[in-house]
Each structure stands twice: as structure tokens, then as C-alpha cells.
Design a protein around this ligand. Structure first.
Ligand code: GLU
Ligand code: ZN
Length: 408
């Protein structure tokens, strides 16, 4: 064994919506990998696309992670040695690298308009051949051509010059992957307005934040050759590249892309629906992983103790809301009675059944009656319907456990 540097992994959400099932499955696996290896779990907010990002989503992302118990070691609020951890506060760094890439020839100015690129692509396609993306037209502009474009008032984007040949890397889940670079056109690093693109920011940050592993969803697999090309342009030796592990897609039960209704629903939706964080973490862990003994019920701490990327399945996982519900019922039964009361109280309050905090009389009723429903509900939202009749008039009502049991 050679000396391995301590593991550093990151979860890097783009705050253009609430975190959903797919995002959190990724966050969970990153967290578990960091905790299992005694490494560092970094939270980085990828908020460079100002047209899509809303600050409220940053707040709700932090909130969701905290609620689930996925604590980060470096990131917003905690800080850390490689901050800032919001990409919108790192724009100068990306620009510095673009300048270096232009100087070293790893990048070049491209004056083509989007329409021109699209028209040439369509023409190449109808001719049956040619590159599938940008055709490299501006790779070797002469000073005269450049001057002429500037005269026309064009403002250039910056593209990375993809090397010829192929990109090969070993993915810890999917094995060795080779992609011919002819399928990876010279891509834009920086827009004409100077803003960075995802591929630039993600690669620069993964290097500067010293990531050792990139554990993320399969949907990002195809961007990996571009990121490796940026590492090379930055002069990072191959032996220091982070290792990739792409987690399997999460599909619906019929193998369809996750629809709005369940899988694409935000985690806060499940929280409002009365799911426990324990159940969400346990269930999402099963979307691609299981402990060595294949048991389906475990705690977050147990997952951290046993997590191993080698046991991540590469086949797509299927999101089954009924299974989530059944695990939720199990986790509800496992709560100790006082904790169960604590969990249902906000739902009772929301239904107008108890005050915030509940009065002494209300609390007494709930304490007595809660154990009677704990074994029978699979979502906390069922509690108000089952306890409502006991809480109609808090001033006069006292509850006799035997009567309540008969009712329930
Ligand atoms: N910000 C990217 C996204 O939310 C993820 C980046 C990554 O994990 O490499 O899709
Ligand atoms: Zn061009």
C-alpha cells in the first residue's frame, strides 16, 4: 500500500431548485464515503449560472442537509481552508485560469455566434459526417481574422482546445471508460460576458479544493473528459487527478425518468408529507448500495460504518415510493415514545389541534394517546386524523387510556 492522502469529497448542488431524490442520494453517498474513510465532506454551491439560481434555494439546500443529518466539514457557514465555497464568490479564480489557458495555448477565442455554430452543425449532420458539435473553426485564427471579427463588434467566448486522441479513466463504479475525443468538441470555458461555464468552474474548484474523489450522478459521466482536459491544462499531474465514481441513475418503477410527482419531488415535500429523515436516508441508500449482509434497514451511522464504493451497483436504481413509505413506518415504530410525540407535535399543531407549544392538558392527551397510534401509521401526517377526536376541546377533555384505546 502506498500512502493515500486523506479522502476529500464534495457535494456540489446548483441552487436552481430544491434538492430532490437524485441530489440527496448523491449527497448521502458522498457523506457516507467521507465518514467511512475518516475523510472530509465538502459542500460547494455551484451558483455561477445567475439566470437560474435563486438565493432561497441555497438556504433550503443547507436546511435539507441539516435536517437529514448530513453534516459537512467545509462549506457555507462552516468555512474551511479552501473557501469561499460559493462559486459566485470565486469568479476571479476562474478568470485567472482562463487567462493562463489563453497564454499557454490550451484555450482560444472563438468569435462564432451561436447561430453560426448551429448552422454549420446542421449542415455537417445532413452531410452525414463531420463533428457533432463545434467544428474548431476559430482554433487558428490569424491576427487579421481576429482584427476583422473585432471590427465587426463581435465579442468572443473562450474555448478549450481538446487534444486529439482519446480520454481514458477508471471509474470506481463503472470500471475503465474510454471516450474518443472527436466526440468531445472544443467546449466553452467562458462566455462573452466573462462568466465561467460549469465545466471550467467545477474542474478548477475540484483541483483547488484538493478533491481526491468525485462521487456523483451518472448524468455527469459525459462531462468527465472535459474536466480531465481542464485538469491537464492546469498542469495537474495525472497521478494527482481525483478518482471518479459515478452513481447509477435513479429511475421510476417502470424504468421511466423520474416524474414530478414523486422522484423529482423535493425532499422538503417528503418532509411535509410526514417522512422521517431516518427513513429517507435509509431508503435512498438502497438506491445503488446495500450493506454486506444485504439487510434493508440501517441507521445513518451504520451506513457510514459500512459504506464502500466497491459495493455500489452500476445498474439503474428504481425509486419506489411505497417502499419508502414502508421503511418510514418501520422507522416510526423504532422511535422511543417521547421522540415520537416530539415528531408528531408539529403536524398536530399545523392541523390546529394543539398550540405551539401544546398546553399542559393537550400534552397530556398526546402523551397518553400517541403510543396507541405509533405502531399503526406509516407517515406522521396520519397522526392528526387519528388523534383529532381526542383534542377537540382542550379545556374540558381528559383522556382515559382505556377509552382511547377502544376508540382507536
Ligand atoms: N453542480 C452540478 C449539478 O448540480 C454537479 C457538479 C458535480 O457534482 O460535478 O448538477
Ligand atoms: Zn469559432
Amino acid at each position: 500500500m502506498t500512502d493515500q492522502p486523506p479522502v476529500r469529497v464534495r457535494f456540489a448542488p446548483s441552487p436552481s431548485g430544491d434538492l430532490h431524490v437524485g441530489n440527496i442520494r448523491t449527497a448521502l453517498f458522498d457523506w457516507a464515503f467521507a465518514r467511512h474513510t475518516g475523510g472530509v465532506f465538502v459542500l460547494r454551491i455551484e451558483d455561477t449560472d445567475q439566470s437560474r439560481v435563486l438565493p432561497a434555494y441555497i438556504e433550503s439546500a443547507l436546511d435539507t442537509l441539516r435536517w437529514l443529518g448530513l453534516d459537512w466539514d467545509e462549506g457555507p457557514e462552516t468555512g474551511g481552508p479552501y473557501g469561499p465555497y460559493l462559486q459566485s464568490e470565486r469568479l476571479g479564480l476562474y478568470n485567472d485560469w482562463v487567462v493562463k489557458f489563453l497564454e499557454s495555448g490550451h484555450a482560444y477565442y472563438c468569435y462564432c455566434t451561436t447561430d453560426e455554430v448551429a448552422a454549420r452543425r446542421a449542415a455537417a449532420r445532413s452531410g452525414g459526417s463531420g463533428p457533432s458539435g463545434y467544428d474548431g473553426r476559430c482554433r487558428n485564427l490569424t491576427p487579421d481574422q481576429t482584427a476583422a471579427y473585432q471590427e465587426e463588434g463581435r465579442r468572443p467566448v473562450v474555448r478549450l482546445r481538446m487534444p486529439d486522441g482519446a480520454t481514458t479513466f477508471t471509474d470506481l463504479v463503472r470500471g475503465e471508460i474510454t471516450i474518443e475525443n472527436e466526440h468531445v468538441p472544443d467546449f466553452v470555458l467562458q462566455r462573452a460576458d466573462g462568466s465561467p461555464l460549469y465545466t471550467l468552474a467545477v474542474a478548477v474548484d475540484d483541483v483547488l479544493m484538493k478533491m481526491t474523489h468525485i462521487v456523483r450522478g451518472d448524468d455527469l459521466l459525459s462531462s468527465t473528459p472535459r474536466q480531465l482536459a481542464v485538469y491537464r491544462a492546469m498542469g495537474v499531474p495525472e497521478s494527482e487527478f481525483p478518482v471518479f465514481a459515478h452513481l447509477p441513475f435513479v429511475l421510476g418503477l417502470e424504468g421511466e425518468k423520474l416524474g414530478k410527482r414523486y422522484g423529482a419531488a423535493s425532499i422538503s415535500f417528503y418532509r411535509d408529507e410526514g417522512f422521517l429523515p431516518e427513513a429517507i436516508c435509509n431508503y435512498l441508500a438502497l438506491l445503488g448500495w446495500s450493506p454486506g449482509d444485504n439487510r434493508e434497514s440501517f441507521t445513518l451511522a451504520e451506513m457510514a460504518a459500512e459504506f464502500d464504493l466497491a459495493r455500489v451497483n452500476k445498474n439503474p436504481a428504481r425509486f419506489d415510493v411505497q417502499k419508502l413509505e414502508s421503511i418510514n413506518g418501520d422507522k416510526i415504530r423504532e422511535l422511543d415514545p417521547a421522540e415520537f410525540v416530539r415528531r408528531i407535535t408539529p403536524f398536530l399543531h399545523q392541523a390546529g389541534l394543539v398550540g405551539d407549544p401544546p398546553s399542559a392538558a393537550q400534552a397530556e392527551v398526546v402523551d397518553v394517546a400517541a403510543p396507541l397510534i405509533q405502531g399503526r401509521i406509516s407517515k406522521l401526517t396520519e397522526a392528526p386524523g387519528m388523534l383529532g377526536f381526542l383534542l377537540v376541546d382542550e379545556t374540558e377533555f381528559t383522556v382515559d387510556p382505556e377509552d382511547a384505546a377502544k376508540f382507536l
